[in-house]
Design a protein around this ligand. Structure first.
Ligand code: TUI
Length: 309
């Protein structure tokens, strides 16, 4: 399958793995790239030195292109932006902010820049700033989210920009893949399904929570401070919501979330930790290798796209 996305990125299938903080390590990124998609290392809130090591370890596992996601609220985002250039990373995605101040440096180094956006306005701004593509991410996604659904956001972004659009949010199988293309996307970004990939290093308790989750089991915290985050409902989200109602200050809440994501991913503490996952978790039933996930999505997706009604 050839789209502007496979061409620009030099990949076999237009499937990009979400750059999930703590979850998307070099093991997962390398496995997705080896399987023909685009693996992404999620820099999340990590220090620049850690991100450099992750990049070097991914290079040791794959010769195929992979990317790095820069979470723009990371206090070391400036340094990480430079590490990406230094290490010759081919693709960068960004989240939770506007990457305009890094665009010139990345473009000069021939890094493909794909900002993740949750609105038409930011998509247009990014196109004007020289982005190679955008990920239009709907509110179905896990983690930091916007408010518009994938179904409504993707066609509006497709109409607003000339660069290729990658759909994200609520996509986990061939049906979501085919639907995205019907909306005008030229690629998909998939996060939650890769959380349960065999190569994903999250704690088995985290994977079990994603597999166990039903359609209505996610909660959105942080709406009151303008930084909404979707995760699976548990003791942590209930406590966070209570603190929010009591008027806790933003930085206090932010620290709580970032620290608790690590708690769930690394320690497997799924009651005090944050289990970031999208609404599609309810459909994900088992752990599988990345190659199997990608092959399944592609064969089901292509069959649907070729179907005559
Ligand atoms: O970034 C994401 N998803 C994320 S980042 C993350 S790490 C984190 N953990 C705890 C609290 C906060 C962050 C977990 N998941 N997705 C892409 C995305 N970007 N969704 C929404 C946005 C976004 C939001 C506001 C992009 C830009 C924006 O403002 C633009 C501006 O002009 O500042």
């Amino acid at each position: 399958m050839k789209t502007r996305i496979t061409e620009i990125l030099g990949i076999e299938y237009p499937i990009i793995q979400g750059g999930m903080a703590w979850v998307a390590t070099y093991e997962l990124a390398a496995a997705v790239s080896e399987a023909g998609g685009l693996g992404i290392i999620g820099a999340g809130g990590a220090p620049a030195s850690f991100v450099r090591e992750q990049i070097q370890k991914a290079k040791a596992l794959t010769d195929k292109p992979f990317g790095v996601n820069v979470m723009l609220m990371n206090p070391e985002a400036d340094e990480i932006a430079k590490v990406i250039v230094d290490e010759g990373v081919k693709v960068v995605t960004t989240g939770a902010g506007n990457p305009a101040k890094y665009m010139e440096m990345w473009k000069a180094a021939n890094v493909k820049v794909i900002p993740v956006v949750a609105s038409v306005a930011l998509a247009k701004l990014m196109e004007r700033g020289g982005a190679d593509a955008v990920v239009a991410e709907g509110t179905e996604s896990g983690g930091h989210i916007g408010s518009t659904t994938t179904m409504a956001l993707v066609p509006q972004v497709v109409d607003a920009v000339n660069i290729p659009v990658i759909a994200a949010g609520g996509i986990a199988d061939g049906r979501g893949f085919a639907a995205s293309f019907m909306l005008g996307a030229e690629g998909v970004q998939i996060g939650t399904r890769f959380v349960v990939a065999s190569e994903c290093i999250v704690h088995e308790n985290y994977k079990a929570m994603v597999i166990k989750a039903k359609d209505i089991d996610s909660a959105v915290t942080g709406l009151s401070n303008g930084h909404p985050v979707r995760s699976i409902r548990n003791k942590m989200t209930k406590e966070y919501t209570k603190l929010e109602k009591e008027g806790a200050d933003f930085m206090e809440l932010e620290k709580l979330t970032l620290g608790s994501l690590r708690k769930a991913v690394v320690e497997g503490d799924v009651s005090n930790g944050t289990i970031m996952a999208g609404q599609i978790a309810g459909m994900i039933k088992k752990e599988q290798p990345c190659k199997e996930i990608i092959d399944e999505i592609m064969s089901q997706g292509m069959e649907l796209l070729n179907k005559q009604f």
